[in-house]
Design a protein around this ligand. Structure first.
Ligand SMILES: C[S@@+](CC[C@H](N)C(=O)[O-])C[C@H]1O[C@@H](n2cnc3c(N)ncnc32)[C@H](O)[C@@H]1O
Length: 323
C-alpha cells in the first residue's frame, strides 16, 4: 500500500538532551504533588475537586484507553508482555504489570526517571516484572515481535520524525498529500516490537485535522504551538488523521481513534492550581529553569484546547497476525 526506503532523519540537535533534562529536572517535583502518573486525567464533566479526584482520573485514563482498545482481561488473552514507550517514572508500567500479571519493559530518555521507576518497582515487589531503562523510542532496544501490548501514554508528542514518506497507489490519500512528513518512524517502531496480533495504544497530543481547503494550520495557531513546543521540547505536531494514515500505511488493523479533549478539560487548570500552592511554588523554584519555563506555558495548553487547536487523541490498532 505504501512504501518508503529512506533512513530516518536524526532528531533535531539537542532535542533528546532537552527532553532528558526536562524530565530529570521536573519528575521529582511532579511526583511529590501529583504522584507517579505524568499524564492527563479522564474526567466526567463537573468532576474533579480534590487531588484524590485527579489521581483517580489519571487511573481512569489508563482504564479508558484499555477499554477503547478492547484489551482482554481473559486469562488466556490478556497481555503477558508489555512495552511502555516513554514511561516517565513507570506509573503505567507498574499498573499494567499488576493488572495483567505481565512482564513490562519500559523506556524513557531520562536517567533520573529510569532510576526512580526501578526503585518504585522494587519497593512494590515488582522488580521481577517491571524494568525501566534509558533508551530511544525511535530505536527501541528490543527484537521484533516481542510485546502483546505496546503502550505509549503521552510520549508521542515528543517524537521527532521529519522523514519524507512516499505513498503509492493510495486510495485513501488525496493527491496533494503524496509527500508529507509525519511521525512515521515512531509508529513503525511501535509496530515492529508488537507481537503478531498485539495491540498498540497511543494516547497523545495532536493538532486539529486540517480542513480539505487547508494545507497548513493558521499562522496564529502555528505561533501558539511553537511556544508550547519550545517549552516542552516537542517537535512539530501531527493530526489524528495523520496517525490514522501512518497506521494504514503500516498495514495495521482495527485502527480506531477518538478525541478525548472534552474529557481532559479539568486537567490543566488543576495543574496550574497545584503549581500555585506553597508546595508547588517551592518545588518549581528548586527544580530549575526548564521546569519553570514549562509551568509558564501551561495556560497556553488551556488556550489551545479552547480554540479547538489541540486535540487530546487516542489511536489504537492491532498488528496483523495471531491473536
Ligand atoms: C509526559 S511524560 C509521560 C510519562 C508516562 N507515559 C506517564 O504517563 O506517566 C513523557 C515521557 O516520554 C519520554 N520520551 C520522550 N521522548 C522519548 C524518546 N524519544 N524515547 C523514549 N522516551 C521518550 C520522556 O522521557 C518521558 O518519560
Amino acid at each position: 500500500m505504501a512504501s518508503s526506503s529512506t533512513a530516518p532523519a536524526p532528531a533535531p540537535p539537542g532535542l533528546k538532551e532537552g527532553i532528558a533534562g526536562l524530565y530529570d529536572e521536573s519528575s521529582g517535583a511532579w511526583e511529590s504533588i501529583w504522584g507517579d502518573h505524568m499524564h492527563h486525567g479522564f474526567y466526567e464533566s463537573g468532576e474533579a475537586a480534590s487531588m484524590a479526584d485527579h489521581r483517580r482520573a489519571q487511573i481512569r485514563m489508563i482504564e479508558e484507553a484499555l477499554a477503547f482498545a478492547a484489551v482482554s482481561d481473559d486469562p488466556e488473552k490478556k497481555p503477558k508482555t508489555v512495552v511502555d514507550v516513554g514511561c516517565g517514572i513507570g506509573g503505567s508500567s507498574r499498573y499494567l504489570a499488576k493488572k495483567y500479571g505481565a512482564q513490562c519493559k519500559s523506556i524513557t530518555l531520562s536517567p533520573v526517571q529510569a532510576e526512580r521507576g526501578n526503585a518504585l518497582a522494587a519497593a512494590q515487589g515488582l522488580s521481577d516484572q517491571v524494568s525501566l531503562q534509558v533508551a530511544d523510542a525511535m530505536e527501541q532496544p528490543f527484537p521484533d515481535g516481542q510485546f502483546d501490548l505496546v503502550w505509549s501514554m503521552e510520549s508521542g508528542e515528543h517524537m521527532p520524525d521529519k522523514r519524507k514518506v512516499t505513498f503509492f497507489n493510495s486510495d485513501w490519500l488525496t493527491a496533494d498529500a503524496e509527500h508529507f512528513e509525519i511521525y512515521y518512524q515512531f509508529v513503525s517502531e511501535l509496530a515492529r516490537v508488537a507481537a503478531p496480533g498485539g495491540t498498540i495504544i497511543i494516547v497523545t497530543w495532536c493538532h486539529r485535522n486540517l480542513e480539505p481547503s487547508e494545507t497548513s494550520l493558521k499562522s496564529d495557531e502555528v505561533n501558539l504551538l511553537k511556544r508550547i513546543c519550545d517549552a516542552y521540547y516537542l517537535p512539530d505536531w501531527c493530526s489524528p488523521s495523520d496517525y490514522v494514515s501512518i497506521a494504514k500505511s503500516l498495514s495495521l488493523e482495527d485502527i480506531k481513534t477518538a478525541d478525548w479533549s472534552e474529557n481532559v478539560a479539568p486537567f490543566w487548570p488543576a495543574v496550574i492550581k497545584s503549581a500555585l500552592t506553597w508546595k508547588g511554588i517551592t518545588s518549581l523554584l528548586t527544580s530549575g529553569w526548564k521546569t519553570m519555563r514549562g509551568a509558564m506555558v501551561m495556560p497556553l495548553m488551556i488556550q489551545g484546547y479552547k480554540k479547538g487547536l489541540i486535540k487530546f487523541t487516542i489511536i489504537t490498532c492491532r498488528k496483523p497476525g495471531a491473536t
